[in-house]
Design a protein around this ligand. Structure first.
Ligand SMILES: *Cc1c(COP(=O)(O)O)cnc(C)c1O
Length: 394
């Protein structure tokens, strides 16, 4: 049977691996040779589970959305990652990685951030563990994302501006990699999605897999079966989706649906719909699908939601797309904003705009009345209130 999990070298079919400069080998090799052994120890598992329960607030509910189900004449469950501490799924990964850093004896944490959500999740766990935290962020993003910069500072992190290039996420990533090369002994680099060189995509997916593990148990209790007909998630880099799909990847009876940001439209030139527009290349050490020009320059992505405007997708998702195992859709800013507003009005839940993209497919994709759908509600909309206000003239 085909496997949609990573092989021992971090390949998902033809995608993944670790294509990195030689100066990064020692750091990446140390992590690669130890992550599975460390994650497999009862001690690691009990500390990870303890923090997920007591600090993050897991398990998150699997909520049957009655009014939304009635409206679309199908059976819709919401996996409430928006109720995690800090308001999204990202903390599942940063909790796992901060424990990993401790087991590796690292004393200093670095991260990169675009919109600031991953920076906040990293600063949070560094405060929890009393470790110094440096977050690289593009100068342009620092100006655009002032509330998250303030959060990181309150949490005790140092935010360092990346002043080269377009002064956005990719430049912040370059600075973080440079830092890691210069500090191989004492520093752990916390990557925020299922992207980057092996072992990051696999390690992050395993930390986020708590989502599908819980869905299985909760559906068994509520529906008498452990798997839905479809599991649906938005994809930026792909970590919340990877977590929601994880236990169903090799079960072909479960439909996997991924929703990307089409921005102002797939052919508008302002989009982040990697599956529709991407070609094979290497980004951040991983062979995957990415948006690039004919001569290999990465295209600046655009989406109204800051968390989806990444120019690539993780290698797991590239493989799900290319193999046909996953069904990929893309949704415009406008469709996502309307879907977010509808979820708020029908269920009393204001989603993050990233998450709202997933719900928009209800308008374009038919489901059967007895289908069981699980939407991964990756985050709450508080951080996006200003965008909602401006968009709808509230
Ligand atoms: C960051 C973020 C995303 C996108 O990241 P993935 O790695 O694709 O999950 C989606 N939803 C929310 C709420 C986010 O904060």
């Amino acid at each position: 049977m085909d496997s949609y999990h990573a092989d021992k070298d971090g390949f998902y079919g033809p995608f993944g691996g670790a294509f990195i400069p030689e100066m990064l080998y020692p750091n990446v090799d140390e992590l690669k040779s130890r992550y599975l052994e460390i994650m497999g120890t009862p001690e690691f598992q009990s500390e990870f589970r303890h923090l997920l329960r007591e600090y993050v607030g897991r398990p998150t509910p699997l909520y049957y959305a009655r009014r939304l189900s009635e409206k679309y004449n199908t059976r819709i469950y919401l996996k409430r990652e928006d109720l995690c501490h800090t308001g999204a799924h990202k903390v599942n990964n940063t909790i796992g990685q901060i424990l990993m850093a401790q087991k590796l004896g690292k004393k200093r944490i670095i991260a990169e951030t675009g919109a600031g959500q991953h920076g906040v999740a990293t600063a949070t766990v560094c405060a929890l563990m009393g470790l110094p935290c440096i977050v690289y962020m593009g100068e342009v993003d620092i100006a655009r994302q002032a509330p998250n910069v303030a959060r990181m500072k309150l949490l005790g992190a140092e935010v360092r501006a990346a002043r080269s290039g377009s002064r956005t996420l990719k430049d912040a990533t370059n600075e973080a990699i440079r830092d890691w090369i210069n500090n191989p002994e004492d520093t752990h680099y916390i990557i925020g999605s299922v992207v980057g060189p092996h072992p990051y995509p696999d390690m992050v997916a395993r930390f986020q897999a708590v989502i599908s593990e819980e869905i299985s148990k909760q559906l068994q209790e509520k529906e008498g079966r452990d798997a839905p007909d479809y599991v649906i998630a938005c994809v930026g880099g792909g970590s919340n989706a990877a977590g929601a799909y994880y236990h169903y990847l090799n079960r072909p009876e479960v439909g996997i649906i991924a929703v990307e940001a089409a921005g102002k439209g797939i052919s508008s030139g302002e989009s982040a719909a990697t599956s529709a527009l991407g070609t094979v290349g290497i980004i951040h050490g991983s062979k995957t699908l990415l948006m690039q020009t004919g001569d290999g320059q990465i295209t600046e992505p655009y989406s109204i939601s800051a968390g989806l405007d990444y120019p690539g997708i993780g290698p797991m998702h590239a493989h799900l797309f290319a193999s046909g195992r996953g069904e990929f859709h893309s949704v415009t800013d406008e469709q996502a904003m309307e879907a977010g507003k509808e979820l708020a009005a029908l269920e009393g839940i204001i989603p993050a705009i990233e998450t709202a993209h997933a719900f928009a497919i209800l308008k374009s994709r038919e489901f059967e009345a007895d289908d069981v759908l699980v939407f991964n509600l990756s985050g709450r909309g508080d951080k996006d209130l200003q965008t909602y206000i401006e968009y709808f003239n509230l």
